[in-house]
Design a binder for this molecule. Sequence first.
Ligand code: ADP
Length: 276
Amino acid sequence: MNEEETQKMEEVSKISGEFDRMAKLLVERDIELSKANDILREVDKVKSEFVSVVAHQLRTPLSAIKWIFNFLLEGNAGEMTEEQKGLLKKGYESNERMISLVNDMLEVTRIEGGALKYDFESAHIEEMLNQSLVDYIGQAYSKHVTIVLDKGDGQFPPVKVDKKKIQMVFQNIIENAIKYTNEGGSVIISFKKGKDVMETAVKDNGIGIPEAEQKNIFTKFYRATNATKSQTEGSGLGLFVARSVIEKHGGKMWFESNENQGTTFHFTLPYATPTF
Ligand code: ADP
């Protein structure tokens, strides 16, 4: 071996040594990263458990408060003046918002923890809406927003749903429509019979969603700039939860919106029995 070859061999062996050292370092880093990941996962689990326990604990007193408000508003503790009733209604609505937030928080921890339990049954979507409509009408009334129910041609085939979860979807979508619509506006809820799915649409003529922000709207905790400016309260959890619930049912959720003109949210749900 001449001198030049020896030199090359030494270089190759140096590079190969360096390569081995880097590879070892990479393996060490990989082990460290995977340990850090395990710790992060554990912290995340503890955080979710904490949120879940707190939310569960909050539900009982909030339900009790709802019961008391209802009891008083129905006049069971004596007649009240219109002013007193008005104040109680405001309290009732704030409590409802709190219940909805706590439910959304719980659902988010379930979605993220993969602990989703759904009890599917066959039900009529328009009947499910009717059951909770009185709450939305109350909220709309105090804001002078009109709610119109467009049942189209009336009779629809039943859909396969977890009723409680779909009530949550209605609550999030309809309350948003009322919340993001100015005094005197309107909200139209309509149903449409598709081939394999029932479609529900909730249309408002409110503040709309700025085009540049529309792609973020289903992201957890995201609130559009015009929503935060409008001084409405919100957590940015409702749509994340609503879309997850609909997708878990095998449906889809989407929207169209124009800023300062209004927004329409649509969602589909498969029929309980397939149609041919
Ligand atoms: P929030 O608690 O903030 O209402 P959501 O997850 O329900 O959270 O909605 C996310 C964001 O989407 C809202 O903060 C708002 O910017 C926008 N948004 C939802 N519904 C409407 C609507 N009907 N009109 C205008 N903006 C809406």
